[in-house]
Design a protein around this ligand. Structure first.
Ligand SMILES: Cc1ncc(COP(=O)(O)O)c(C=O)c1O
Length: 431
């Protein structure tokens, strides 16, 4: 039995099965776009720990910053003793997030916590209970997070009752709604929202609309600039705040620091997490200063939010984005992936759609290009093939028929080609 198999056996005994596993890889160490497992095998990383490693595994600058901070102090709780890193990072986030207006930021530990806080702040500011959200959205696994999340199994089934006052409308998913006609999909959704405001909920009771600029778990469906512009105009008529969830689409994934930069999205609150600290757990809630200041003293925060090690990692990661070539590399990586995927689309009828923004690219598999029946089983087989070749991949989509790429943005070109060749061979094997 290999060491990985021994550890898997122990894992099955000690850890609930609900804590899912997409591969048998048991990491020993990792660098750049490679993970070496406890048996000495090298894996190519196309998952990035679910979008957390845009700057790669263990960037030297980030590791050095964390080590230096570990020598000074591990924790104070910002509410008890402030520290400079937290203050500097908040100021930095106010600077680097899109939008030229006065902002304030505070920190939590995970994406879901950022979502919870975004909703709390919007409710406090507006004095309203309602939240508008989208089909195929993913916002986390806490009570509010899973309530806002769209996919039922495995995220919601059996876990109710859910948070009340949540209203869901379709997302403009042009491939499925309007044969790729984006304008038409946008209009269908905007009409739906207007109808919802007459038949489902009083828009004057809605605190916020929360959206991902590019659906993440929902299948890498990019939203559209015109759609977000019109959504903003419509919701602002009723004083509804906009919460832009950039937890997966942020920190360079789309070729801009935020997808909101790429899509010109105007918002009130923006949520960051995942790649902002290269793997250290932290999330940021940034918003218009007057909105953020409406919450009373003590209403926001927590014991660990803005942990000093995570703050040091975030500051170093941001320096990498500011000083380095990560955004250029993101665009190049995205183009290489897209080009390969478009070739796969020509070659394999299974590939129904290739889409994405920057390096946030995905393949949607269908059993038939006309009916677009989701090819979930084939996608599972494709993922299993990749895993068997030690290419770490993760799927997406409410129907589980989407293969998404979340490799480091600066992935080694040879590894990127190798990984894409594995996907091609996998498609060959299931076609
Ligand atoms: C868009 C989005 N929001 C929220 C979350 C939840 O983040 P976390 O898993 O850190 O709680 C995720 C996680 O994948 C996400 O992609």
């Amino acid at each position: 039995m290999t060491r990985s198999e021994e550890l898997k056996k122990l894992r099955d005994k000690a850890i609930p099965k609900a804590v899912f596993q997409v591969s048998p890889c048991v990491a020993d160490h990792a660098k750049g776009s490679a993970i070496v497992d406890v048996d000495g095998n090298e894996w190519i990383d196309f998952s990035g720990g679910i979008g957390v490693l845009n700057a790669g595994h263990c960037p030297e600058k980030v590791v050095a910053a964390v080590k230096a901070q570990a020598d000074r102090f591990l924790h104070t709780c910002f509410h008890v003793s402030m520290f400079e890193g937290y203050i500097n990072l908040a100021a930095k986030m106010n600077d680097i997030t899109p939008g030229d207006f006065e902002k304030k930021t505070f920190f939590a530990n995970s994406g879901a916590e950022a979502v919870e806080n975004g909703i709390k702040i919007a409710r406090q500011f507006t004095g309203r209970p309602g939240v508008l959200c989208f089909r195929d959205a993913f916002h986390g696994r806490t009570l509010m997070g899973m309530s806002l999340t769209s996919k039922v199994a495995p995220y919601k089934q059996g876990y109710g009752p859910f948070a009340p006052e949540i209203y869901r409308v379709p997302f403009p998913y042009a491939y499925r709604m309007s044969d790729g006609d984006q304008k038409k999909a946008n209009q269908m959704v905007l009409d739906d929202i207007k109808t919802a405001f007459k038949t489902l909920v009083d828009p004057n009771s809605i605190a916020a609309v929360i959206f991902e600029p590019v659906l993440g778990e929902g299948g890498f469906v990019p939203g559209d600039e015109d759609f977000f512009k019109e959504l903003r105009a419509l919701t602002q008529q009723y004083g509804i705040l906009s919460i832009c969830d950039e937890i997966q689409s942020g920190f360079g994934r789309t070729g801009e620091l935020y997808a909101a930069n790429a899509l010109n999205i105007d918002y009130d609150i923006i949520l960051s997490a995942k790649s902002m600290a290269s793997g250290m757990p932290i999330s940021a809630i940034t918003g218009r200063a007057n909105i953020m200041d409406e919450s009373p003293v003590g209403g926001l925060g927590g014991t660990y939010g803005g942990n000093p090690l995570a703050v040091a990692a975030a500051l170093a990661t941001i320096e990498m984005f500011e000083e380095g070539e990560l955004l250029v590399q993101a665009k190049e990586t995205g183009e290489i992936i897209k080009e390969a995927f478009l070739k796969f689309k020509e070659k394999f009828p299974l590939v129904g759609d290739v889409r994405g923004l920057g390096a946030m690219v995905a393949l949607e598999l269908v059993t038939d290009p006309i009916s677009k029946e989701p090819a979930a089983e084939q996608n599972k087989a494709l993922a299993a093939y990749c895993i068997s070749k030690r290419l770490s991949v993760i799927t997406a989509g409410t129907n589980g028929n989407i293969m998404r790429i979340l490799s480091p943005l600066n992935i080694d070109r040879a590894k990127l080609s190798e990984g894409l060749a594995i996907i091609e061979a996998g498609l060959e094997s299931i076609s």
